[in-house]
Design a protein around this ligand. Structure first.
Ligand code: UD1
Ligand code: CA
Length: 461
């Protein structure tokens, strides 16, 4: 079997955070998710995550069926280091297994690179293969020391390196393949006699060499893949790289991004062909956008389904569904459970919440539509308020097909406006309106001739 050991027990001090480092998110997902995902896609059948600092949080957040956890003790004086961390996972490994060791704080690694590493490892008959790259500035990383025949001799940690070793540009990514038996045997022979008094996983390389085994290094060109996240600055860099990858994926699938650098699309969002996205859009969570849509301005769409040919401008959409050819915004807000049919217009400063609107209905300006069921081809005038809350509980309003709700009206729920019902502007509706009836619910206008003159107001001007 192919087993993945993912190291995630470290403290992550440099993040200066209350939250476990590996749970900080990149494009909407905790960084550890990317590592687990890449590991799975590269052909690893069972992933074991080694947890320590923030373990409860991490275990709760990961919560995937095929992921197992092992705890590394982290109390004062407990042994520490990457070697000690891997030891915690050894019970899951048999001699014949192939083991891939990964770090949860290296989220930019791709499945393609992992597959190439695994393939190289198998073909070269190594008992261990280390993934490496050349860095202009290798400071902080373990240095790769090769033999004359290019096989790997040892890895020297930066803090333990001599002047000659510090000159080496090829570094250890922290990602390795092992034959199960060799990993177990060599780990039992490492100590912690080094500058940091840690059990270094890297020390197994020299142990295996001393025991006469063949150990190799597989070097890749793209150094961003092995970029480790230790600080918020590095987190921002990873966000940039990941965001660019996601945006390029969508552009290759036929989506136009007018200025890709200023659009944030979270991992897992789906977008149809010929949709055009303007700068400033943020698409989050479980969102699906159809074909031929246009999304403009500072629009944020969270966990929502948008069908084809929809235009949205400068709007917030949360957990809602929007049918074909709707026009939304500018400055509208679809709050959770807004369900719009086809060809609906939700205009400037309109808020919708927990409401179903059927095809061809319009609310063009300044309305609140909450807890409502609105039929087809209804006109909701400017400034209409669905009065859904009496301070204690919410009630529902029903507006049937072809009804007309005049501007600046209040519908005090629970209330029903039947088909073709017609509400005069400025009405406060507290009783149901019958089919085809006109309802006027406001004080009648009184005109008092010459009143201003009589009061003597006019001469003051
Ligand atoms: C390690 C490597 C170094 C390599 C670098 C690449 C060793 C000794 N050094 O150094 O050669 O260039 O990664 O990024 O392996 N962890 C645990 N338990 C521990 C200690 C660490 O789970 O007791 C985890 C951390 O959470 C992290 C990973 O192991 O995910 C790497 O640990 P870190 O302390 O960051 O190692 P580096 O010093 O970066
Ligand atoms: Ca690190």
């Amino acid at each position: 079997m192919n087993i993945g050991i993912i190291l995630a027990a470290g403290e992550g001090t440099r993040m200066r955070s209350k939250k476990a480092k590996v749970l900080h998110s990149i494009c909407g997902r905790p960084m550890i998710d990317y590592v687990i995902h890449a590991s799975r896609l590269s052909g690893i059948q069972k992933n074991v995550v080694i947890v320590g600092h923030g373990k409860d949080e991490v275990m709760k957040a990961v919560n995937m069926k095929d992921v197992l956890f092992e705890e590394q003790p982290i109390h004062q004086g407990a042994p520490y280091g990457t070697g000690f961390a891997v030891m915690q996972g050894l019970d899951h490994i048999t001699d014949e297994d192939l083991v891939l060791v990964l770090c949860a704080d290296t989220p930019l690694i791709t499945e393609t690179t992992l597959k190439r590493l695994l393939e190289y490892h198998r073909e070269s008959n190594n008992v261990a293969t280390v993934l490496t790259t050349d860095l202009m500035d290798p400071k902080g990383y373990g240095r790769i020391i090769r033999k004359e025949n290019d096989d790997l001799l040892k890895i020297v940690e930066h803090k333990d390196a001599n002047a000659w070793e510090l000159e080496v540009k090829e570094i250890n990514s922290g990602i390795y393949c092992f034959k199960g038996k060799s990993l177990k045997e060599s780990l039992s022979k490492i100590g912690n006699d080094n500058v940091q008094n840690e059990y270094y996983l890297t020390d197994v390389i020299s142990v295996l060499n001393e025991d006469g085994f063949k150990v190799g290094a597989f070097k890749i060109q793209d150094d961003t893949e092995i970029y480790g996240i230790n600080s918020r600055v590095q987190l921002a860099f990873a966000q940039r790289v990941m965001s660019r990858r996601i945006n390029e994926f969508h552009m290759e699938n036929g989506v136009t991004l007018i200025d890709p650098e200023s659009v944030i699309i979270e991992k897992g969002v789906k977008i149809g062909r010929d949709t055009i996205i303007y700068p400033g859009a943020i698409l989050e969570g479980d969102t699906i956008i159809g074909e031929d849509c246009i999304i403009r301005g500072n629009t944020r769409i969270v966990d929502s389904q948008i069908s084809d040919g929809v235009e949205i401008e400068s709007t917030l959409v949360e957990s809602s569904t929007v049918g074909d050819y709707c026009h939304i915004g500018p400055y509208a807000h679809l709050r959770p459970n807004s369900i719009l049919g086809r060809n609906i217009k939700i205009g400037n400063f309109v808020e919708v919440k927990n409401a179903t609107l059927d095809d061809n209905t319009k609310a063009s300006h300044l309305s609140y539509i909450g807890d409502a069921q609105v039929g087809k081809s209804v006109n909701i005038g400017c400034g209409v308020v669905f009065v859904n809350y009496n301070g204690q509980s919410k009630s529902k309003s029903i507006v049937e097909d072809n009804a007309f709700v005049g501007s600046n009206s209040n519908l005090v729920a629970p209330v029903t406006i039947k088909e073709w019902g017609y509400i005069a502007a400025g009405s406060t509706i507290t009783d149901d309106v019958g089919e085809g009836d006109l309802s006027i619910a406001r004080a009648r206008q009184v005109n008092k001739a010459g009143w201003v003159e009589k009061k003597g107001f006019k001469k003051h001007k």
